[in-house]
Design a protein around this ligand. Sequence first.
Ligand SMILES: Nc1ncnc2c1ncn2[C@@H]1O[C@H](COP(=O)(O)OP(=O)(O)O)[C@@H](O)[C@H]1O
Ligand SMILES: [Mg+2]
Length: 498
Amino acid sequence: MPGLRTKLVVYTVLIVFAVAGAVSAISITLAHQASVAAFERHATVLAKTLGEAVLEPLYELNVKLMRQQVGSVLAGEGALRVMILDAGTRVLTDGTDENPLRGKEFNEPYLRQARERAEWVTRLQDGVIQVAGPVQATADRRLGYVVLEFSTARLDAEWMKHIRLTLLLAGVCAGLASIAAVIMASWITRPIKRLTDFATSIRLGSAMRKIPECGHDEVGRLADAFTDVLNHLDHSNAELKELANSLEQKVKERTQAAEAGNKAKSEFLATMSHEIRTPMNAVLGMASLLEETSLDEEQALYARTISESGEALLDIINGILDFSKVEAGKLELRTAPLDLEELLSGVVRMLAPNPAESRVALRLEYDPEAPKNIQGDEGRIRQIIVNLVGNALKFTEAGSVTVKVTGRAAGGMAKLRIAVTDTGVGIPEDSLEKIFTAFSQVNSTASRDFGGTGLGLAIASRLAHLMGGGIEVQSVLGKGSTFTFTCALATAEDLVTG
Ligand SMILES: Nc1ncnc2c1ncn2[C@@H]1O[C@H](COP(=O)(O)OP(=O)(O)O)[C@@H](O)[C@H]1O
Ligand SMILES: [Mg+2]
């Protein structure tokens, strides 16, 4: 896209050249017409003078004298042909000694016109100017005619010279005008360019607000308007920034308030659960003591119900306590050397269903390459595994539950993957994320049969995060699920085993 300057220059130059061309054409045509007219007048005067000079020789029919007169005109004026005709338009002399046309009738139309109207006639044809007119002794007595022919070659040569000169002049003028156009275009577009550069610098983030000098014309007024807009924008920007700051501040305050509220709630829960646990333990202790006394069948049932309900309640309270501790950021992991394989074998032994009562088999597959001796919080790792394996057993009616351990140790760190795979009911895809939030169970009716609070996975996944890993789940509804617990823990190579 050509710039404003280029357009201005191109259009101006085109106009200048068009005007110069038109003016030259008109001037050349007019000059040509004027010079032809002047030459025709000159030729007529010459012819008339010759007519007067040959009056007497014609009267006397002195051809010799006529030839002399004609010859002097031919020599002096560079005429193409000069002839004297008698009253019957027959050639008397053409000025040459040979006089080849002598006696021949000369019957050109222009001569006819001169003859009929008794007047001087001029005509321009095929580069020849022809003049003819009568020679009268008296008003009623015509002695003959004079015919003169001139070539326009000289006239044309002069005309060509004139054309060349005019074109040269026009060219020079147009050239000068073009240079002036270039200078003027730069002069006009310079302030616009300055303004554009300034606008570009603003767009690129310049903080500079001093607008360049753009004069007092339209561009100047545009620059003033631009300054106004800029000031207005700056003002609006400042206001927006202020608004954003105050909003940010408000959000911060509210977040802090919400966080403080959340923390207070968790602390309250933690304290409450702790406070409930103490009397609860006493209730449980007393119930078990009561069961050991001699009771009749009905009393024994009541005492067992107290024990079982108390255990369930304690489970829930422990869950709430753990969850609120993690949420309040108060849960700290212990670090001690442990043998992971031994730990997992213990859990599997403890949870393995009685083959006589259950159709589910529980297995442990420990990859020999995976590290065993690590440093971590034994109790919390057990809690996670017990929950995952417990869930798997809880939601699997028949088949197997497999605990598979893989992992590598590098640079003093053990990266472990403990996958618990079952062949149970599975979890619908849209619930896969939900099950990690507190108190959420996929199918409340089913869970009611199995028991539980919906806190287990929420706690386990938070604990896994604290161990530098997490818990992922993959499941196909009706086919089974795999919960993978990952963690990154320090190795304990020099752990004394056995
Ligand atoms: N292995 C599994 N198979 C099917 N559903 C599962 C499995 N593990 C967890 N779930 C679903 O996730 C829910 C939440 O589990 P969890 O947080 O351990 O709570 P709870 O065991 O107390 O119900 C369960 O109620 C169940 O709906
Ligand atoms: Mg559970």
